[in-house]
Design a protein around this ligand. Structure first.
Ligand code: SF4
Ligand code: SF4
Ligand code: SF4
Length: 272
């Protein structure tokens, strides 16, 4: 039973967040929202422990579709980075700001870039593309993410400074247009670079938060040097080009790890 401790722990963490926010914000939505996400993730971890091949993809679809269709399109919550700036400027600690705080700013201190591996609705689609293992070496164009990050901030700040009316409606449309653009760019880049995760590596502005916070992540893949035979299989299958055999926090592309567990599943010596 000890091996099932992880999904139980995950569910307990999400339930704590769910109940705390429900009671402090006096809003039943938070109980439903975080319970659903916690149950989906715990279910995925359970399936992974049972060695089910598509465990991660199931969580991605359960959480990603819920966030994109229910929260984004039905509830009109802009969970893209513009939505975060919008709620931050209005001083409202609600859906998008809470989402960023939990999944992308403070959460990564605990679970690294688990968001990128198990919940992101952009990657949920990109991971269906054919280049699961990068076909080309990594490019040195990661600086693009900072331009997109600054652009999103300037866009929302300009709306406030110009006192544009009905910003909430603009945010809804920004969510639709932003997602269409992200999917289009993500799919094109995947084919150009022969790499499903090219968008994540070079373009995604969220990584400006995710990378530094995940550097300190409590949850990370470690290599048992006594078992490792340096076969290099883990590096070959890693979608993010992480040198997972190096246990230091400064390992190559260490802040890119999305905890997808491909390296763990493929290690012939169970060294990870
Ligand atoms: S890097 Fe961005 S697009 Fe990629 S999975 Fe993470 S949040 Fe999603
Ligand atoms: S796949 Fe396993 S044995 Fe091979 S290099 Fe990686 S950790 Fe070592
Ligand atoms: S293959 Fe391993 S090192 Fe690479 S992203 Fe997935 S979990 Fe991280």
């Amino acid at each position: 039973m000890k091996k099932y401790l992880m999904p139980v722990l995950m569910l307990a963490i999400f339930e704590t967040v769910a109940v705390t926010l429900w009671l402090t914000k006096d809003n039943l939505f938070y109980l439903f929202n975080f319970s659903y996400i916690g149950l989906s993730i715990s279910f995925g971890v359970f399936l992974f422990i049972r060695k089910y091949k598509h465990a991660r993809r199931i969580v991605q679809l359960l959480v990603g579709l819920y966030m994109l269709i229910y929260l984004g399109l039905i509830c009109n919550e802009n969970m893209q980075i513009e939505g975060f700036w919008y709620y931050l400027f209005t001083g409202v600690f609600e859906a998008a700001t809470i989402h960023y705080a939990v999944a992308k700013i403070f959460g990564p201190l605990l679970f690294g870039r688990g968001w990128c591996g198990y919940a992101c609705w952009t990657a949920m689609v990109l991971d269906f593309l054919p280049y699961k293992v990068p076909g080309n070496p990594r490019k040195r164009i990661g600086w693009i993410r900072y331009i997109i990050f600054a652009g999103s901030l300037i866009f929302v700040a300009a709306l406030f400074l110009a006192k544009v009316g009905n910003i909430e409606r603009i945010m809804f449309w920004a969510f639709i247009v932003g997602n269409v653009v992200y999917y289009a760019v993500g799919i094109i880049l995947a084919y150009v670079f022969k790499d499903n995760r090219a968008f994540c590596k070079y373009i995604c502005p969220i990584t400006v938060f995710l990378k530094p916070m995940s550097y300190f992540s409590l949850l990370r893949i470690k290599c048992d040097k006594d078992k490792c035979i340096s076969c290099g299989k883990c590096k070959k299958v890693c979608p993010m080009n992480v040198d997972v055999t190096d246990n230091s926090r400064k390992r190559l592309n260490g802040t890119e790890c999305i905890l997808c567990m491909e390296c763990v599943r493929n290690c012939p010596k169970d060294a990870l």
